[in-house]
Design a protein around this ligand. Structure first.
Ligand code: NAP
Length: 456
């Protein structure tokens, strides 16, 4: 028997478990999928926007993996940091696959970044996703104008949630306190700003197009700003071909520049899509953020930009920095600080450039925070192929016959699948009591109580 611990129950962890039990070279593989939260699914539960029901429904296929007879979900067990040191975990299993994602935000490194009213988009996402580590009451949405820095899919997600009315979000699993704040939101203008041009934006076309379909929001693009981008001009008939994603994005923006999408009756908000604005400082008034100062940029001819010497200030009482995620070092594991990843060869952790059989990585901690959920499937398969190649060496090593019993003897209180099902029931009951579908429990005591059979 080959005992494997997978650390992290997001898509990369679950696809790793799936690949481990699906392969046939080593038939008797037992997988424990550990998570520091009592809930599985990682960013599918706590990152995918609540109004993206179709992506959220991926939980159904991820669930079948966690219900596989040779897979066990082990929630409420933290590894690294204040939790279990990785080397202790290594004593219990033949192999450990770290699928811990990219747990923090990339900093902007500009003055004013830490002012009250300036937040990472991740904080906002965690708040409306009911992450138990999100700070209660962090967002009041009293500001009329919000600047979102960055033009990736996270920027689009937060802009869209800010622009939607609470009525549109009530049918989702948004936690009740956040729904109350969204209902009273005073936000009227959302300005999304990219430091480069529209052809370098990181959002995908489906997500971009969705902004144009919001009933309560008007889309504003500035044709003169778009035209600064040589690739934008290049979408005209007869121009050299562009990568499909870029061409599709530019087609959408070109369409909006000519004829903005018709908003629903009484649309109260605008979403401005701005480009060639490099943030240089967050402005302050009365001890809080009051806006963002941008340097105006132009293309440098090789995909980058240079400053023009001109500046533009956009006033905002709330600034959300959506400039990407970053992996965090796990104590005891090597770390490539420049890329925010663990050095590896085809998923095998490298210590001083040498393979370390028994230690593997998959997902964002392996390849950086890029790609869509499905990208994790091939990434996990590569890692599992390496692990299975090492199986003969690994099974010759000691492991614990009952790792869960050992974890309990170390004072940990794992939440197993029954506990998670109990949380699901409690969230359904909470939703019923509010006249809604299932509503997420937003705090640690509530989740742990529900896992042990309590009702919120
Ligand atoms: P991202 O795609 O890397 O986009 C980050 C954005 O921040 C880019 O526009 C980038 O501009 C900008 N940026 C970075 N550093 C900056 C700086 N110092 N100043 C100004 N702007 C800066 O990151 P993300 O939006 O966090 O998304 C992460 C991953 O999750 C992506 O793979 C994304 O597709 C995925 N995701 C997918 C969905 C979905 O499918 N619906 C939803 C959310 C997230 P430059 O290009 O100039 O660096």
């Amino acid at each position: 028997m080959l005992r494997v611990a997978v650390v992290g129950s997001g898509p990369s962890g679950i696809y790793t478990a799936q690949a481990l039990v699906a392969q046939t070279l080593v038939p008797d593989v037992r997988v424990h999928v550990l998570d520091r939260l009592p809930c599985p699914y990682g960013l599918v539960r706590y990152g995918v926007a609540p109004d993206h029901e179709k992506i959220k429904s991926l939980q159904r296929s991820l669930r079948t993996v966690l219900e596989h007879e040779r897979v066990t979900f082990v929630g409420n067990v933290a590894v690294g940091g204040d939790g279990l040191p990785p080397e202790r975990l290594g004593e219990l299993y033949h192999a450990v696959v770290y699928c811990v994602g990219a747990a923090t935000d990339r900093p902007l490194g500009i003055p004013g970044e830490d002012l009250p009213g300036s937040h990472s988009a991740t904080e906002f996402v965690s708040w409306y996703s009911a992450h138990p580590d999100a700070t209660d009451g962090l967002f009041a949405l009293r500001a009329r104008s919000v600047v979102v820095i960055g033009v990736g899919n996270v920027a689009v997600d937060v802009a869209r949630i800010l622009a939607r009315g609470a009525d549109e979000l009530r049918p989702t699993d948004v936690p009740q306190p956040a729904l109350g704040v969204l209902a009273g939101s005073r936000v009227r203008e959302v300005h999304m700003a990219g430091r480069r041009g529209p052809s370098q934006a990181r959002f995908t076309t489906k997500e971009l197009r969705e902004l144009g379909g919001l009933p309560g929001a008007r889309i504003v693009v500035d044709p003169a700003e778009l035209a600064l981008d040589p690739a934008y001009a290049g979408t005209e008939p007869g121009s050299p071909p562009l990568p499909a994603l870029v061409r599709r994005n530019l087609d959408v923006l070109r369409g909006w520049a000519v004829s903005p999408p018709a908003p629903g009756p009484g649309a109260a908000r605008t979403i401005g899509l701005r480009f060639f604005l490099r943030p240089v400082e967050l402005l302050e008034r009365g001890g809080r953020v009051a806006g963002v100062r941008f340097a105006r940029t132009v293309p440098d001819g090789s995909g980058g930009v240079r400053d023009t010497g001109a500046y533009e200030d956009i006033g905002a009482g709330l600034v959300l920095r959506a400039v990407g995620y970053r992996g965090m070092p796990l104590p005891g594991l090597p770390f490539d600080a420049a890329h925010g990843t663990v050095p590896h060869r085809a998923g095998r952790v490298l210590r001083d450039g040498v393979d370390s059989p028994g230690e593997y990585v998959a997902g964002w901690i392996k390849r950086g925070p890029t790609g869509v959920i499905g990208s994790n499937r091939s990434c996990a398969k590569e890692t599992v192929a390496s692990l299975i190649e090492d199986a003969a060496v690994l099974t010759g090593r000691p492991s614990a016959a009952d790792p869960l019993a050992v974890l309990r003897s170390w004072g940990l209180r794992p939440v197993e699948w029954d506990g998670w099902l109990s949380i699901e029931r409690a969230e359904a009951a909470l939703g019923r009591s509010l006249g809604r579908g299932p509503v997420k429990i937003p705090d640690w005591p509530g989740l742990l109580d529900a896992a042990r059979g309590g009702t919120p």
